[in-house]
Design a protein around this ligand. Structure first.
Ligand code: TYM
Length: 334
């Protein structure tokens, strides 16, 4: 793998909260795969961020491994990118502390992502939760990444990372880029419940990368629709709209066109649409499931990828930290 030279740096990560769903796949992993051919990419399983909300200590290692396997099975290639586990990179925690010294508390309390988590876990509003965007900025900027393939829900965190980079550069001298989001066409995969986005913590909202055809069928069967007799243009919100979003992501243009047309005529049969969609989703997931099986049978390939990624990433991280410490007056000039 060539990590040298002046190729643009890319970073993205996924928390270790269990098997990935097709929202993670479309919003984040598709972008990672698109960028790994051309750029100097590092991707991570963000186990430290997992600790910001309640978690089960006994399951954590299994969940980390699940995300590693899902990311590799989905197409992260050891010859083209690095894959790290966040807590194995102590430099990131050090950098986050330096960043904490330039970022205003009020800005974090204002972030919609912080407010959401506060409402979701009122008994668990820890300092680590507040620290979330600072640690994320450090993840991205440790390698001076400029591009971040993530779903649109992460935009407020990226805005915070840009502010931190700006503030640091103004205070101590230019050194960090202002990272931008790399968007995929699935930047917001909707929930199967008809409301909001697909999410690991929302029961009934998701299809995981591990689901069999039967499970996908069952999950889609529960997705709300309407009578189908209304006709007119396809709605923009709700259960039917969401099924069409999935159809546009997973099915051919012809299939989308034909279901749009039967909807407009008021003769759509949702059972048929769901049947077709289940098959199209499974067709995309089946090769991933086979690759995952292979990786489970060849754990040393996974372990080697992680170990070599971590060694090389920590080297880059140490160079950034040395530069930061010097700029901040923590070490003397050469
Ligand atoms: P996390 O673990 O919540 O989600 C992982 C990735 O999946 C995307 N995603 C979606 N995309 C489209 N539609 C959806 N329904 C959907 N649900 C999830 C997310 O946008 C994300 O890209 N804060 C990050 C983890 C993180 C990180 C980082 C990301 C920590 N440090 C540094 C990038 C760079 C998070 O919670 O992702």
């Amino acid at each position: 793998m060539n990590t040298k030279g002046d190729r643009k740096k890319v970073f993205s990560g996924i928390r270790a909260t269990g098997r990935l769903h097709i929202g993670n796949y479309y919003g984040a992993i598709k972008g990672m795969i698109a960028l790994q051919d051309e750029y100097d990419c590092t991707f991570g399983v963000m186990d430290l961020h997992t600790l910001t909300t309640p978690y089960d200590r006994g399951s954590l290692q299994g969940q980390i491994r699940d995300v590693v396997l899902d990311m590799m099975a989905a197409g992260l290639d050891p010859k083209k990118c690095r894959l790290i586990i966040q807590s194995h990179i102590p430099e990131v925690v050090e950098l986050s502390y330096y960043f904490a010294t330039v970022y205003q508390l009020a800005r974090i309390e204002d972030l919609p992502t912080f407010k959401e988590k506060k409402a979701q876990y009122p008994e668990h509003i820890t300092v680590a939760l507040l620290y979330y965007p600072i640690l994320m900025a450090a993840d991205i900027l440790l390698s001076k990444a400029e591009l971040v393939p993530v779903g649109i829900d992460q935009e407020p965190h990226l805005e915070a990372a840009r502010e931190i980079a700006r503030k640091f550069n103004v205070t101590y001298g230019d050194m960090f880029p202002e990272p931008q989001r790399f968007a995929t066409k699935g930047e917001l995969v909707p929930s199967l419940t008809g409301e909001g986005k697909m999410s690991k913590t929302k029961e009934g909202s998701f299809i995981t990368l591990a689901d069999s055809l039967d499970v996908i069928r069952e999950r889609l069967a529960k997705a709300p629709t309407d009578s189908g007799a209304k006709g007119g243009s396809v709605p923009k919100k709700g259960g039917v709209a969401n099924l069409f979003v999935l159809l546009r992501l997973f099915s051919s243009a012809e299939t989308v066109k034909s279901y749009t047309s039967v909807y407009e005529q008021g003769v759509i049969k949702y059972a048929e649409l769901k049947h077709q969609l289940s098959h199209d989703i499974f067709k995309e997931l089946e090769p991933l499931q086979k690759r995952r099986q292979y990786l489970m049978e060849h754990p040393h390939e996974v372990d080697e990828f992680l170990a070599s990624s971590e060694t090389s990433y920590r080297e880059d991280g140490r160079a950034t930290i040395a530069e930061v410490r010097e700029k901040m007056g923590l070490s003397s000039h050469e």
